[in-house]
Design a protein around this ligand. Sequence first.
Ligand SMILES: *Cc1c(COP(=O)(O)O)cnc(C)c1O
Length: 217
Amino acid sequence: MSVAENLQKVKSNLPEKVTLVAVSKTKPNEMIEECYNVGHLDFGENKVQDLTKKYEELPKDIRWHFIGHLQTNKVKYIAPFIYLMHGIDSWKLLMTIEKEGTKNNRVINCLLQVKIAKEDSKFGLSTDEVREILNSDEIQTLKHVNVMGLMGMGTRTNDESETAAEFQSLKSLFDELKEAHKLTILSMGMSGDYPLAVENGSNMVRVGSTIFGPRIF
Ligand SMILES: *Cc1c(COP(=O)(O)O)cnc(C)c1O
């Protein structure tokens, strides 16, 4: 099957209200163009250098999602064009995004990353830290940051019930906070677990290898 056919297949399995971010990291422009040519606009990258290169080379109406761990000193490279930053996990990053948003005269859309997996390697805020940030007075003063929702990654495990429980915990945090803080996006689910994530309330999935094939590096 072609990349475009894989994309259509994933899309056809998703409810209409779920946004599909095609994770194109490490993949060539030609594959992205294949999806773009059948009308797909949302793509995810996790390396700033790759993202800026692809942004320069590809159509300007693509909506670029940054899904990786973002270093503060690199925010400036993607601030002019980024559509949504998924992995925000510190005040320091929020302040940097505010600064770069101000410079670029734009409001930058963000998701707070919540640590739901037990694995130590996963970045993210605790549920209490998320509450603290959203309920703080400081967040109101950031006029160039728009926190639109939450993002999380489940544990990679064959035990579906463990991953389901993690997704449910993030969904309930989202439900707790969504009205007061106008949160609309819950980003969870990857190739291995996106149907389970959608079942548990995700409305944005980040799917790479199922569309583009396995990554070699
Ligand atoms: C790579 C990546 C994905 C996509 O992974 P696949 O398993 O290839 O679908 C999703 N989210 C994040 C944060 C990633 O880094």
